[in-house]
Design a binder for this molecule. Sequence first.
Ligand SMILES: CC(C)(COP(=O)(O)OP(=O)(O)OC[C@H]1O[C@@H](n2cnc3c(N)ncnc32)[C@H](O)[C@@H]1OP(=O)(O)O)[C@@H](O)C(=O)NCCC(=O)NCCS
Length: 174
Amino acid sequence: MTIRLATQDDSAAVCAVIKAVYDEYGFSWDPETYHADLYDLDGFYFDRGDLFWVAEVDQQVVGTVALEFFDVIPGQVGALVEIPTSLPRVGGTDCSLERLYVHPDARRSGVGSQLVETVFAEARKRGRKNLEMWSDKRFGDAHRLYGRYGAEVVADRICDDPDVSPEWGLLVRL
Ligand SMILES: CC(C)(COP(=O)(O)OP(=O)(O)OC[C@H]1O[C@@H](n2cnc3c(N)ncnc32)[C@H](O)[C@@H]1OP(=O)(O)O)[C@@H](O)C(=O)NCCC(=O)NCCS
């Protein structure tokens, strides 16, 4: 298994992996808005200074993850912060882990853990202090994984995705 930074050419494979997970859970696929970033990795990630990785096995993309950087969210570290023009956020964070998905056929062999470790290592290397994650409450496998890396559940919210999904907000002190 190898992990490498994605390129725009990976977009179709990235969409295929994440759509397989959405189909598995019966969630709605929304290319126009909620999943628009996956069709334009340059525009939504690399051009903004953010990062997107893929995990490959036998040259097939089987997993994805992204890291976004931003100015520190105001408020105490770990507090739920209401923001008038967007979804609530986790206070005191300066980066976030996004889009962690492993294809159902490639799970339980360490791909997810290595993707998470890649994100945390890069965030630390860049001097980031507190990482935010929002995760659908039905993704129990992910919450066990995050817990092993010291993630704490600190908040919850309803997402603005087509399924108005309930999410846990998690904090990792890097
Ligand atoms: C969460 C997710 C990314 C984990 O991916 P994964 O590749 O299966 O993760 P890992 O293999 O590192 O770990 C999963 C489990 O396999 C175990 N495992 C890892 N390597 C193993 C191996 N070689 N042999 C046996 N078990 C192994 C881990 O200990 C872990 O055990 P747990 O179920 O008790 O927690 C994946 O389940 C997924 O995509 N889920 C749906 C989407 C999702 O939840 N995304 C997160 C959104 S925030």
